[in-house]
Design a protein around this ligand. Structure first.
Ligand code: PA5
Length: 447
């Protein structure tokens, strides 16, 4: 297995883990026995065994078709219909994945995750007159951001290839039985993939939602599933002390009860930046309810040691830090010797950047612990297609236990609807007329 968990720097007092054992083990069993709130949304728990094999093969075939027809794929979606695929591409292929030679895939750009006019027009410039395809991903089919983006890119496709040609380049990932996008996809004959009912948005990255954009971009999704399967088996372990997902959930619970209401997920590798964004959604949408939860944020070191590093070292002691460390670099690069040695760095000549990064991580760990920041460390052997499957499952399972220990339903997201309703009303969507008048009168008083 390629993930390990270390809590020796958490500053635990004698007996603290034992004290939370009953609540954590109860939460573990609630998840395992599918008896808790939201249990109908646990499709991710055994996804490696239950995911539709025929759909998996169709995803691979569709990815090959996209590669044969296009240079670019525009993946349209937001939240759970966006973050996992981008996290996967960057995790496996790095932050420059679109520019890599021999990437065995098309360039994949994401749209529909904002409503910025500038963003869309830059993306249209990037595509230029190159061949492109579109994967529109929305379970509901009515989410404003992706719906607006899909209109724009569908129109471009139809202008370029005609309505029939466009149909060959549009892939719709949506609900199997209902929704506006399903209706359109059926009517137009777009190839369709399913967002399964039992996997909510933030648990859907390893269904067609994330798999198609990742496969089109050159990620080996068979390997991702091998990692997912191994992680599923490994974390089917009832013993809290030898199951890292349960231990991580226990440590998060202890931190919260000690008043550490913020978790900083700190990576030392830009390939993990989007995984940090994915983690923020997973934790925040799952736990931030009923005025409870640990607020998740992400930091990217060593970059952020030169910005928020000051606060982490010396600011208000309201958080704990979870370091996401990668043991092995995919490619080794060494520090060159320099005859002039003006920066005084010749002492490190010949050392690898990975070695230096590790010393930065070790030094930061000790400094932050000295500064009163409890540290947890999640170590990944390496970044690969295989470990991506493992790491998603690691966080899903830990979160499921942690959410039940907190006493919330970790598998719904009622709060996300509030802004959507207000925005629909203010935009004048039919059916929201009364709300519109009330919201406009409130805004008139405050803006
Ligand atoms: O986790 C969630 O449920 C949300 O982030 C959704 O994925 C997001 O709002 C997009 O919804 P939809 O796929 O219906 O467009």
């Amino acid at each position: 297995m390629s993930i390990s968990f270390n809590y020796s720097n958490a500053g635990l007092r004698e007996g603290e883990l034992e004290k939370v054992r009953p609540v954590i083990e109860a939460a573990y069993n609630t998840l395992k026995n599918r008896t808790g709130a939201g249990h109908e949304m646990l499709g991710w728990l055994d996804l490696c065994d239950t995911y539709d094999k025929e759909e998996f093969e169709r995803i691979k075939a569709a990815a090959e078709k996209i590669k044969s027809q296009s240079e670019v794929l525009v993946a349209i979606g937001i939240g759970g219909s966006y973050l996992g695929a981008r996290a996967g591409l960057e995790y496996v292929k790095g932050p420059f994945y679109n520019q890599l030679p021999n990437k065995n895939g098309v360039e994949v750009y994401f749209a529909g995750n904002n409503i910025s006019s500038d963003y869309v027009s830059y993306l249209l410039d990037i595509i230029g007159d190159r061949d492109f395809s579109v994967n529109v991903i929305s379970k509901s089919g009515t989410t404003t951001e992706p719906a607006v983006a899909f209109r724009i890119f569908k129109e471009k496709l139809e202008e370029k290839y005609g309505v029939d040609g466009a149909k060959e380049r549009i892939y719709a990932t949506t609900d199997a039985n209902k929704g506006a996008l399903l209706g359109l996809a059926k009517e137009m004959g777009y190839e369709r993939f399913v967002v399964p009912d039992a996997t909510g948005g933030r648990f859907s990255a390893l269904t067609a939602v994330g798999l198609l954009p990742m496969a089109a971009g050159g990620v080996d999704i068979d390997e991702v599933y091998r990692g997912l399967t191994d992680a599923t088996r490994k974390y089917e372990n009832d013993d809290m002390m030898t199951n890292d997902t349960t231990l991580y959930a226990a440590l998060r619970y202890i931190m919260m009860t000690k008043g550490k209401g913020v978790e900083i997920l700190a990576d030392y590798n830009p390939s993990l930046t989007m995984l940090g964004e994915w983690y923020k959604q997973l934790m925040a949408e799952s736990e931030g309810k009923e005025f409870k939860g640990v607020f998740p944020t992400a930091a990217h070191f060593s970059t952020d040691l030169h910005s928020i590093g000051q606060f982490i070292q010396d600011g208000a002691r309201i958080f704990f830090e979870t370091v996401l460390w990668v043991e092995k670099a995919n490619k080794e690069i060494s520090v060159p010797n320099d005859d002039k040695d003006v920066d005084g760095l010749n002492f490190a000549a010949g050392k690898t950047l990975q070695y230096m990064n590790e010393k930065a991580m070790n030094g930061t760990l000790l400094a932050h612990v000295d500064g009163g920041v409890p540290n947890l460390i999640i170590t990944l052997d390496e970044l690969s297609d295989y470990t991506f499957g493992e790491v998603l499952y690691f966080f899903w399972k830990a979160l499921g236990i942690s959410g039940y220990a907190l006493g919330v339903n970790p598998f719904d997201q009622p709060g996300v609807e509030a802004y959507k309703k207000n925005m629909f009303a203010l935009l004048g969507k039919p059916g929201y007329e009364d709300a519109k008048a009330e919201l406009e009168s409130r805004l008139a008083k405050v803006l």
